[in-house]
Design a protein around this ligand. Structure first.
Ligand code: SF4
Ligand code: SF4
Length: 221
């Protein structure tokens, strides 16, 4: 989803196995997942959204693979979409690049003018994660291409402590422990990157395959 701000954070309100189930249902389609997040935001309807960006994370997160960056900013408001929109502007990002804001606009939300009080800090060179496509190529070949070309979670054996957090959480049951290493079933994996986020030892990262990188560059995706 590019960034976790006020709206996406509310996915945490989905409890227990429902969270995994919804990840499974919409995790391979960013637009659908973004719409789901906006609808959760509407259902929860928080009276205030407060985004703590005092110490933010940039780079290839989520989890310990991202880089902490001190921004010293705290953004709050009565409308979470406006809060997210304002943060995008502070980071110099087109708000439509954030799928949740794009979905909100398409759903007819975000029509009201936003009134900003306080300092509008401009953050330079905020490093965003590289988002690879979730699917590739014609439908018939998508299973094969997804397995070999699409970005996926990879483990760094030097950091993995075989603690079990990732395989216990994985909504697709795509991770299995072997003797000294964990293995991924990339046919099952929905690329939700919950494992990357949850790993307490920073042993997992989302990585593009070499073939995927080459094809993406050639095709300009
Ligand atoms: S959560 Fe991280 S450290 Fe634990 S088993 Fe998974 S990859 Fe290894
Ligand atoms: S292996 Fe990781 S990215 Fe794939 S479905 Fe499981 S938790 Fe999500």
């Amino acid at each position: 989803m590019l960034l976790t701000l006020g709206v996406k954070n509310l996915f945490g309100c989905i409890v227990g196995f429902k969270k995994s189930e919804w990840h499974m249902r919409s995790g391979v389609n960013r637009e659908m997942f973004a719409r789901l997040l906006v609808q959760i935001y509407q259902a929860v309807n928080p009276c205030i959204t407060l985004v703590d960006g005092i110490l933010a994370m940039e780079g290839q997160g989520p989890g310990k693979r991202g880089k902490p960056r001190y921004l010293g900013m705290l953004v709050g408001g009565s409308d979470g979409l406006s809060v997210d929109w304002t943060i995008c502007r502070m980071l110099g990002i087109d708000p439509d690049a954030l799928q949740t804001l794009k979905a909100a606009r398409q759903l007819g939300l975000l029509n009201e003018p936003i009134r900003i009080t306080g300092d509008m800090i401009n953050v330079d060179h905020f490093e965003l994660p590289v988002l690879g496509p979730l699917t590739f190529g014609p439908k018939l070949l998508q299973k094969f291409m997804r397995k070999h070309l699409v970005q996926r979670p990879l483990v760094d054996q030097n950091h993995c402590q075989l603690c079990g957090e990732c395989w216990q959480y994985c909504p697709a049951e795509a991770i299995t422990p072997d003797d000294n290493i964990i293995g991924f079933d990339y046919d099952r994996c929905i690329r939700c990157y919950c494992c990357v986020e949850i790993c307490p030892h920073g042993a997992l990262a989302a990585r593009e395959t070499l073939a995927g990188k080459v094809i993406r560059r050639i095709s300009g995706l």
